[in-house]
Write a protein that binds this ligand. Structure first.
Ligand code: ADP
Length: 158
C-alpha cells in the first residue's frame, strides 16, 4: 500500500487570520492529511487562550475532512513524528519571514532529517496580515472581522 502523505502546519494562531486560512487550504491540497498544530511559542506571550485559539481554527476548517487540528507542546519535529508526518508547512510573506523560517527549518532538519519543511508563498492580497497586527487592532477596540476567517467571530474588545 502506498504511504499516506501527511503534513503538519504549526503555528500560534493568536488569532487565526485570513492569511493563515489561505495558506493552509493550499497546503491541504498537497497532502492526504494535514494536521494543524497549535503550539505554545515560548518566545511569545499569547493574547488568546489556547482553547479558544483551537476552537477558532477548528471552526475555520470544519468542512474540510483532510484537515485536523491539535494542540501540542514541545518541539515541532517531535509533534511531526508523533503524527507520522513527513512535511512541515510554513508560510512566507517576506524576506524577514524567510530569514527567520530558514533558521528554524535548518535546525529542524538537523534534529530530524526525515522531515522536510515546505514553504508556501503568501497571497499578495493577504501578505501584510499578521496575528500581531490583528491583536493590535483588537487591543485598541477596532473591528478585526475582515482580517479573520468568515467562520470565526471575535467580538470587539470593549
Ligand atoms: P508562529 O508563532 O509559529 O510564527 P504564526 O501563527 O504567527 O505562528 O504563523 C504560523 C505560520 O503562518 C508561519 O509560517 C507564518 O509565516 C504563516 N503566516 C502568518 N500569516 C500569514 C499570511 N498572512 N500569509 C501567509 N502565511 C502566513
Amino acid at each position: 500500500m502506498e504511504k499516506l502523505k501527511i503534513g503538519i502546519f504549526p503555528g500560534s494562531f493568536d488569532p487565526i487570520t485570513v492569511g493563515h486560512e489561505y495558506i493552509i487550504l493550499k497546503a491541504a491540497k498537497l497532502v492526504d492529511s494535514l494536521v494543524i498544530g497549535i503550539g505554545s511559542n515560548s518566545n511569545k506571550k499569547h493574547q488568546f487562550d489556547v482553547a479558544i485559539r483551537e476552537e477558532w481554527v477548528k471552526k475555520t476548517f470544519d468542512s474540510h475532512q483532510n484537515i485536523l487540528v491539535k494542540k501540542y507542546d514541545g518541539l515541532t519535529v517531535d509533534f511531526a513524528k508523533k503524527e507520522n508526518a513527513s512535511f512541515i508547512f510554513r508560510g512566507l510573506r517576506s524576506t524577514i519571514d524567510f530569514e527567520y523560517e530558514k533558521q528554524i527549518a535548518e535546525t529542524n532538519s538537523l534534529m530530524n532529517k526525515e522531515i522536510e519543511t515546505i514553504f508556501l508563498l503568501a497571497s499578495n492580497k493577504y501578505g501584510m496580515i499578521s496575528s500581531s497586527i490583528v491583536r493590535q487592532i483588537f487591543i485598541n477596540n477596532g473591528d478585526i472581522n475582515s482580517l479573520i476567517p468568515n467562520a470565526v467571530n471575535i467580538p470587539i474588545n470593549d
